[in-house]
Structure formats: structure tokens, C-alpha cells
Write a protein that binds this ligand. Structure first.
Ligand code: COA
Length: 151
């Protein structure tokens, strides 16, 4: 498996993973915009046969970043793919001068919270009724990134 930046031909596979992962999936247009690189960085985990197994989306503003989306295809979970996408996203953000990376996760999403805690994210805030379909609180998590070494 490799992790690379997403290109237009990955769109349908990403949409299928998104639909299988979330009760309120993002619209196609958002992915088109992010893959075009205008407002975010989309990465995909790709198998040797070029099938897309998971993706991550990071939005960056100067020295802060937001892990806006992360999902792994259902049949490929618990194989380290989510962790690999998350680790790469944090390393890339650090290399661009990001000091803190944030994310928001459903209060009931124990799998994702376990992953984020393992990677060093800490819960900082609870946002009441932040999510729809179903309505649920959001947990804000944050991680301070070590500055990338130069040279
Ligand atoms: C959350 C998600 C991305 C994790 O991806 P993954 O590839 O299965 O995760 P990994 O295999 O890299 O797991 C790494 C570690 O995270 C933790 N973890 C992951 N899934 C877990 C689960 N279901 N239960 C408990 N811990 C879990 C474990 O510590 C795991 O290490 P281990 O397998 O050695 O015990 C995946 O479950 C997913 O796509 N969920 C639906 C979409 C989603 O909720 N995205 C996050 C939105 S904020």
C-alpha cells in the first residue's frame, strides 16, 4: 500500500468509501473542489492493484490545520490504513509549518477516537448537537505537531 495525493480518477472510489462510512456524506462537489487542491489536500491509500482503500482530507490555514475527513473502506479496516493516512497527514502538515492540527468526531465514534488518541490527539471541547443524521454532540480533538527538521 502507498499513500499519495488524490487525482481526479480517484473521485468515484473516494465517494464510494464516503457513502459506506458516513450517515451524512459530503456532496460530490466538495470532493471535486478538494481534489483540485483549491482549499485542501486529499490523500489516498492505494493498494498495489491501484484500488483506493481509504482517504484523508486536511485543510490548512497558515499554522493551523483541520483534519476534515478520514475514512477507510469497510472491508479494509483494522489493517493500519487509517493510522497510516493520519500519520502521513500530520507529518505533511508539520513539514508545512503547521503547529496544531484539529479535528471533530462524533461522540459515539469510539473507533475513530481510539485511533486519534493513539496518534496523540487530546479532546479539548464538546460541541452540543453539532452533527445531524442523527443529531449528536461533536468532540473537538487537537494535537500539537513537532516542527519538521530542516535539511
Ligand atoms: C476510524 C477509521 C478511519 C479507522 O481506520 P482503520 O484503518 O480501521 O484504523 P487502523 O487499522 O489504522 O487502526 C489503528 C488503531 O486505531 C484504533 N482503532 C481503530 N479502529 C478501532 C475500533 N473499531 N475499535 C477500537 N479501536 C480502533 C486501534 O488502536 C487501532 O490499532 P490496532 O488495530 O492495533 O488495535 C475507520 O474505522 C473508518 O473509516 N470509520 C468510518 C469513518 C470514520 O468514522 N471516520 C472518522 C471520522 S472523524
Amino acid at each position: 500500500m502507498i499513500i499519495r495525493e488524490a487525482v481526479a480518477r480517484d473521485l468515484n472510489a473516494i465517494l464510494a468509501i464516503e457513502a459506506g462510512a458516513f450517515s451524512d456524506p459530503w456532496p460530490r462537489e466538495s470532493f471535486i473542489e478538494y481534489i483540485a487542491g483549491r482549499h485542501g489536500r486529499v490523500t489516498v491509500a492505494v493498494a498495489p492493484d491501484e484500488s483506493v482503500l481509504g482517504f484523508a482530507i486536511v485543510l490548512r490555514v497558515v499554522d493551523q490545520a483541520d483534519l476534515a475527513n478520514l475514512a477507510v473502506a469497510r472491508g479494509h479496516r483494522r489493517q493500519g490504513i487509517g493510522l497510516a493516512l493520519l500519520t502521513e497527514a500530520c507529518a505533511h502538515a508539520a513539514s508545512r509549518g503547521v503547529q496544531t492540527i484539529f479535528l471533530e468526531v462524533r461522540a459515539s465514534n469510539a473507533a475513530a477516537q481510539a485511533l486519534y488518541q493513539r496518534e496523540g490527539f487530546v479532546a479539548t471541547q464538546r460541541r452540543r448537537d453539532y452533527y445531524n443524521h442523527p443529531v449528536e454532540d461533536g468532540i473537538v480533538m487537537a494535537k500539537a505537531l513537532a516542527p519538521a527538521l530542516e535539511g
